[in-house]
Unconditional design. Structure first.
Length: 364
């Protein structure tokens, strides 16, 4: 019985079957057992096994199949002062380090990056993207970051790695002096510069930045609107005069169709009406050249004036005579001009020209 108990305390097979997606380090569960000489160690691809004795890192095993002997654990053999390769149990902790590449790690700027741009001056930029990394030196990684936890996952280190990345991204963009308009065309170049900048910081932790992707670097909304305006003006080119005519015509049309009736009813007054007319005239002068272009404009002006005059007339509620909009009394019958009336059904106050009551829907 005592012999069976002793054998049960000896560990013969040491391996870790990794079925996770985010575990960086896994401490092998000894379950109170000790490693014996002749035990089998299996280290799979994208793994490294690290033997730790009394808190001190001893031997590191790369992928392969091993018989544990004094010959292949030289550091541990020296620590234990073994002079002969006899079969004896020994205490040690075994850590499996995942050395595969951890992809799809996200980064993003919590606060805007301030950069000096030669065209826009000081601008604020936000960005986001992805990066991937892997453990390059298992022994250094255990010393610097892992400690004695039973496991270590990517979430335990992500925030720290992102802060390093964003710091170097900020420095790289500022030092590159790339215009804000040209950032999108230089994502790959900026990524390469960032990878070189963070190389030394990652190396100190036993890590390697495998890749970094910049998905977007965006300008503030107000700057993007300015860019849109500038692009629109560039597209118009020599047709800017025609565009000004179009805008001026629309401004006069909107004022004429105002609910209060004409420019005066819109509250713009005579001075504003003259101003719009001036803009309209300037647009015609700047946008038109030659007799062929002037003829259509001349024919369009009377039509616009006629539409404006017609829109400035309203019907008298008593005699039906057309009266100037805004008049208090009818010039034909002398009755007071009312802008509202009562609904025939519910008595709600509605506009004179309303065909249906907005309250009850009754036809007037």
């Amino acid at each position: 019985m005592a012999f069976k108990f002793i054998r049960s305390q000896l560990l013969k097979v040491i391996e870790w079957k990794d079925d996770s997606k985010d575990i960086l380090v896994h401490r092998f569960d000894m379950q109170g057992r000790e490693i014996m000489m002749g035990s089998k160690l299996t280290v799979r691809e994208s793994q490294a096994a690290v033997f730790v004795h009394k808190g001190q890192i001893a031997d590191v095993f790369s992928p392969g199949y091993y018989d544990i002997k004094t010959e292949n654990i030289p550091v541990l053999t020296k620590i234990m002062s073994w002079k002969y390769g006899f079969n004896s149990p020994f205490k040690a902790e075994v850590y499996f380090v995942n050395t595969r590449q951890f992809t799809d790690q996200k980064w993003g700027t919590a606060n805007p990056i301030v950069m000096r741009d030669k065209e826009f001056g000081m601008v604020r930029i936000r960005g986001f993207g992805k990066y991937s990394f892997r453990v390059n030196d298992p022994a250094v990684f255990l010393k610097e970051l892992f400690g004695t936890n039973s496991s270590f996952v990517t979430a335990d280190i992500n925030n720290y790695l992102k802060s390093i990345l964003i710091q170097d991204i900020t420095d790289t963009i500022a030092e590159s002096k790339v215009s804000a308009l040209d950032l999108a065309a230089n994502y790959r170049e900026i990524s390469g510069l960032v990878a070189k900048a963070v190389e030394e910081d990652f190396k100190k932790m036993g890590l390697l930045l495998a890749n970094i992707i910049i998905e977007n670097l965006s300008l503030p909304e107000e700057v993007e609107k300015m860019l849109d305006t500038r692009t629109s003006m560039g597209v118009m080119g020599d047709k800017m005069g025609a565009f000004m005519q179009y805008q001026a015509a629309h401004a006069m049309r909107d004022a004429a169709q105002n609910e209060g009736g004409g420019l005066a009813g819109a509250g713009v007054g005579l001075g504003a009406g003259v101003g719009i007319g001036g803009v309209f005239a300037d647009a015609f002068r700047s946008g038109l050249s030659g007799n062929q272009q002037q003829a259509p404009a001349a024919s369009a002006a009377p039509a616009a004036a006629t539409a404006t005059a017609a829109a400035a007339q309203v019907s008298c509620p008593s005699c039906g005579k057309q009266v100037k909009a805004g008049a208090k009394f009818c010039s034909e019958c002398g009755n007071q001009m009312k802008s509202t009336k009562s609904c025939t059904e519910c008595g709600a106050e509605i506009k004179i020209a309303a065909k249906f009551c907005p309250e009850c829907g009754t036809k007037q």
